[in-house]
Design a protein around this ligand. Structure first.
Ligand code: GLV
Ligand code: MN
Ligand code: MN
Length: 401
């Protein structure tokens, strides 16, 4: 199938508009929830909705929704979209590709003269990465009630700013934050398109795939306490240095992950007071652990029991509905070759929707570097456009009479 020139140029324009927001000199993105960058991204989303004559609403959990059609009168609708926030130093594609492709797919359907049998919605979920407040998929978890609002409001960032304060500073009403049954009722089916965060599609030599499931994964915080003292005058045998405990924690996590067939990462630490010539009084470290099997994650974390890890977020395994995945694979693939199915160790709002009982599917777009959560994350433009066509075909299939 060819791609009309107008859809291609709106894809390029949208991509170019988003590109500078939150990008640092090394090409990494810093787009954290409820910041000035987040406000710019929200403004961009609302403008794209307005440009297409789509209504734009923000739900009680801070997620944005643009609607083609009226989901209250004619719904529930079929929703696509993803998130616009990033990890620290993240890539351009994780999240934004799904939102830009969603608008481009609506453009393509309209160019083709498609009349959907039910409304089509585009969503941008708040704080998917949890980069600022620690909990992944905050927007979709709040929306569905998976994250209690009292816990969400009390989450703090590295400067001690609570999520409630951040929301207020961003000009929104923290008091009305919470689950939103009305917004959820508008969703019959959710389809998230995402850049692949591995090399599965490279090996399969296909531009687009469909998710079969998401590995169980979670985050744990560990606090290691020492005794602050002078680096030049404290004999080694008189030190209580929590950095040594951190080194042990990292080694034990790595060995346990290898032994149990899991992945374990300590990617974030906070050192107090963080001086080059001072033995730290405290180190806080965050462990991310994932595996295809839930038991493997628990096995790794239990080997770290001596460090008393505190759970910060947990996502159980997601096994997407096989019939819906097959339908999406047929719609998104070639006439004689459905899109291939693959699972992922990366977390997504789609997993939260699935857990809330909403029929959910995911499309992946090939990433030639296989790298993600880093500036080298990439997708070729032709593959992005193949993703748009696959998404449009999926939306058409799900909104046919
Ligand atoms: C989000 O991308 C995650 O997998 O942590
Ligand atoms: Mn991510
Ligand atoms: Mn993502």
């Amino acid at each position: 199938m060819t791609t009309p020139a107008r859809m291609t140029s709106t894809f390029d324009t949208m991509w170019a508009e988003l590109e500078p927001i939150g990008r640092s000199a090394d090409g990494g993105y810093h787009r954290f929830a409820w910041t000035a960058e987040d406000a710019a991204l929200r403004e961009w989303f609302a403008a794209e909705a307005a440009r297409r004559g789509m209504s734009c609403v923000v739900d009680r959990a801070g997620n944005q929704w643009a609607w083609w059609g009226d989901p209250d009168a004619d719904g529930p609708g079929v929703v696509t979209g993803s998130h616009l926030d990033s990890v620290p130093g993240g890539g351009a594609f994780d999240g934004p590709l799904g939102v830009v492709s969603a608008f481009a797919a609506v453009d393509l359907l309209r160019e083709q003269g498609w009349t959907p049998s039910r409304p089509i919605g585009i969503a941008a979920f708040a704080d998917e990465e949890g980069a600022r407040f620690g909990v992944a998929c905050t927007g979709s978890r709040l929306l569905t009630g998976a994250l209690p609002v009292e816990r969400a409001l009390a989450l703090t960032d590295a400067d001690g700013v609570t999520l409630a304060e951040a929301v207020t500073r961003a000009g929104s009403d923290a008091a009305s934050l919470g689950p939103d049954a009305e917004a959820l009722r508008r969703v019959a089916t959710f389809v998230e398109l995402h850049v692949e965060q591995g090399r599965g599609l490279i090996h399969l030599d296909r531009p687009v795939g469909v998710a079969s499931g998401i590995w169980p994964h979670g985050r744990w915080r560990v606090t290691l306490t020492g005794a602050a003292n002078h680096a030049g005058t404290t004999p080694l045998d008189e030190r209580r240095d929590p950095m040594l405990d951190l080194a042990t924690l990292i080694q034990v996590a790595r060995q346990a992950a290898a032994q149990h067939g899991a992945l374990a990462t300590v990617g974030k630490v906070e050192v107090t007071p963080n001086g080059v010539n001072a033995i730290p009084s405290q180190v806080r470290a965050w462990l991310d652990c994932r595996a295809r099997e839930e038991a493997a994650v628990h096995a790794v974390v239990s080997e770290l029991a001596g460090f008393t890890p505190t759970g910060e977020s947990w996502t159980p395994p997601t096994v997407f509905d096989a019939a819906l995945a097959a339908r999406v694979a047929a719609a998104a693939g070639e006439p004689d070759a459905p899109a291939p199915l693959l699972d992922t160790g990366a977390g997504h709002d789609a997993g939260i929707f699935h857990a809330a009982g909403i029929p959910t599917a995911m499309l992946f777009v090939r990433n030639p570097t296989g790298i993600s959560h880093a500036p080298a994350e990439f997708a070729e433009r032709d593959d992005c456009l193949a993703g748009v066509r696959a998404l449009a075909a999926t939306l058409a299939n799900l909104t046919s009479k």
